[in-house]
Structures are given as structure tokens and as C-alpha cells.
Ligand binder design. Structure first.
Ligand code: SF4
Length: 315
């Protein structure tokens, strides 16, 4: 599908903070933390009518085999879970004071990519803004660092076709409506082939947590946007140990995945990820309200120098 992505990356970052300042110019120094409640969640790739708990806007969810590949590459620091709360208690299980979406009494969740704050200037904006940005997006070129690699999510490769096939608005169209330009160069696509819906999503992309009793603290931290490395590791291990089409989780696979996640990944190809995410948060938190947002080229120091894959640039 033909799209014009140069200078955009609208589907790889959360640009809603640029709109949240009413009629005034956006305040480039703020960066909305990932909302635990996406008011316009209907525009998200998940098209869920549940209320997301954790994760980020436009959450890129990975399939089980993609989670396993990420684990093998030592890239698990890029991942985080997303659960949902439900209004109708018949659709969920009670955990603390929430009802969490569940199947067969087991809370369900996605595992997908984190969006740390990065200084970015999409859509031809002159100055950078701190925005929640995909861990794999190079803020300087606004290109994906893992495009064409085995870590490139299928969900990114099929965007926006599958959104069009579902008859929903794409991020490309939303960017066009707000900032002008032509992003979506083809508009007809009605083949939803490959979408994981219904029972076949279970254990393949929608994972079932086998131990709801252990989740209350984790869900509290997720809602605050502060899941611990252990919280993330336990959910990633459940995803890696899931069986497509079932709610089953293999305990030996779970233990092996957890062991790997808790091991030393400093020699892995993608060891840059965890350190870079931590550094982006520190830099954003240290930027005072009266200070300019740093140039996106700061990524050379924070990501490239730590070993992040380069992007080809647009020339
Ligand atoms: S993996 Fe690449 S294409 Fe997908 S959201 Fe992240 S930066 Fe964008």
C-alpha cells in the first residue's frame, strides 16, 4: 500500500499532546504520559471497546512468535503488557477494586512495544516536543530502526491496510486532517486477511494470565504507568509460553522464558534498549519548564552510541 511516511511517524508516536492545548500553540515542554484511559481509544489499532490499562496509545501488539523472537534477541526491554478494565462484570474477573477483561476466568492482555518520551518534530513542526514515541523510532530521521528485521512487528507491516479493511479511520487520515498534506496515497483496501480475531487470537496475540490472584499490585503499577521490570517479565513469559487457540500456558516454557528475562542481557544485540529508555525518561524529567526541548539529534548519544541500528534516511 502506498503511503507517504516522510516526516510523519504519526502511527509510531502519540501526538495527541499537540492537540491538548486547545486553541493555543502546543506547549513543547510537556509530554503527556501514556494515559491509562484512552478517551478516543476507538482510533487505536486494537479497536477495543474496553478501557486500556497500561501500554500506550496506538499500542503495537506482538504475536506469540514475535514475542519469542524478541526474547531471543535480548530485546525484551522494549515490551510491556496491556490489560483492560470492563464496566460489565460478566465480561471480566474481579481483581482488587477493578473488573479486568477475561476469558474463562483468566485476565487477558496484549504484549507490545513501549513508548518512552523522545524529542521529536513530526509533521513539519519547527521545534521538537517530548512525545511518547515507539522505542524503535529514530527521533532524528523519524524512521523505524527495525524495519526489515526479524523484530519488525507484523502489525506495523500491515498498517494501515488492515485499519482500512475494518472501515476505521487511519492515523494517516487523522494527521492529514490536522496538519494537511497527503499521507494515505491509496484508500481502497477491503481484505481483512490475516487479522487475528475471535478464538484464534487466544494464545496467539491475546494472552490469558493463569494467576489472577497475583495481579493486583501489577495492575496498580500499570495504571500509574510504572510497571516494574519484574511485572513486565512475568507477563512476557506468559505470552512466550502460551499455546495458540487455547488459554493454556506451559509452565516449563514459562520458567525458561522468565529465567532468560532475568538473566544478564548486557551482551545482547539489543542491550541498548533498556538503557536508552531509562535515559530518555531521565532527560525528559530533568528538562525544566523554562528550558528548550533538546534536539532530536540527542538520539545519537542516547541510542546510536549504545548500539541502536541505524536508519537509511530519506535521501
Ligand atoms: S516498530 Fe517501527 S513501524 Fe512499528 S511503531 Fe515502532 S517505529 Fe513505528
Amino acid at each position: 500500500m502506498e503511503v507517504n511516511c516522510r516526516g510523519c511517524a504519526g502511527c509510531c508516536l502519540d501526538w495527541r499532546p499537540l492537540l491538548e492545548v486547545g486553541k493555543e500553540e502546543p506547549d513543547d515542554r510537556r509530554c503527556a504520559r501514556s494515559s491509562s484511559r484512552d478517551d478516543d481509544g476507538g482510533n487505536e489499532r486494537a479497536f477495543s471497546d474496553r478501557v486500556p490499562l497500561g501500554g500506550s496509545y496506538n499500542f503495537v501488539a506482538l504475536a506469540r512468535d514475535e514475542v519469542r523472537t524478541v526474547l531471543e534477541r535480548g530485546s525484551a526491554a522494549a515490551l510491556t503488557p496491556r490489560f483492560w478494565t470492563v464496566e460489565d462484570e460478566r465480561e471480566g474477573v474481579e481483581i482488587g477494586d477493578r473488573h479486568v477483561a477475561a476469558v474463562a476466568g483468566r485476565p487477558v492482555f496484549f504484549v507490545g512495544l513501549r513508548k518512552p518520551p523522545k524529542p521529536v518534530a513530526p509533521f513539519g513542526r519547527e521545534g521538537p516536543t517530548w512525545l511518547p514515541t515507539c522505542v524503535f523510532l529514530d527521533p532524528t530521521t523519524l524512521q523505524c530502526r527495525v524495519h526489515g528485521s526479524d523484530r519488525f512487528p507484523d502489525e506495523c507491516g500491515t498498517y494501515p491496510e488492515q485499519t482500512l479493511a475494518l472501515g476505521a479511520e487511519t492515523e494517516c487520515e487523522r494527521v492529514e486532517a490536522r496538519f494537511g498534506g497527503d499521507r494515505l496515497l491509496e484508500r481502497n483496501h477491503d481484505d481483512p486477511d490475516g487479522l487475528l480475531f475471535g478464538p484464534q487470537a487466544l494464545g496467539a496475540k491475546l494472552f490469558c494470565h493463569p494467576r489472577p490472584d497475583e495481579l493486583e499490585g501489577l495492575l496498580d503499577r500499570l495504571e500509574r504507568g510504572e510497571p516494574s521490570p519484574t511485572d513486565r517479565a512475568k507477563c512476557i513469559a506468559v505470552a512466550a509460553a502460551s499455546s495458540p487457540g487455547t488459554v493454556a500456558v506451559s509452565e516449563p516454557h514459562y520458567e525458561r522464558a522468565l529465567e532468560r528475562l532475568e538473566g544478564d542481557e548486557s551482551g545482547a544485540d539489543d542491550a541498548w534498549i533498556g538503557a536508552a529508555i531509562g535515559e530518555w525518561h531521565r532527560r525528559r524529567d530533568r528538562t525544566r519548564a523554562d528550558e528548550a526541548v533538546p534536539d532530536p539529534e540527542l538520539a545519537a548519544e542516547i541510542e546510536d552510541r549504545r548500539g541502536a541500528p541505524e536508519t537509511p534516511g530519506w535521501e
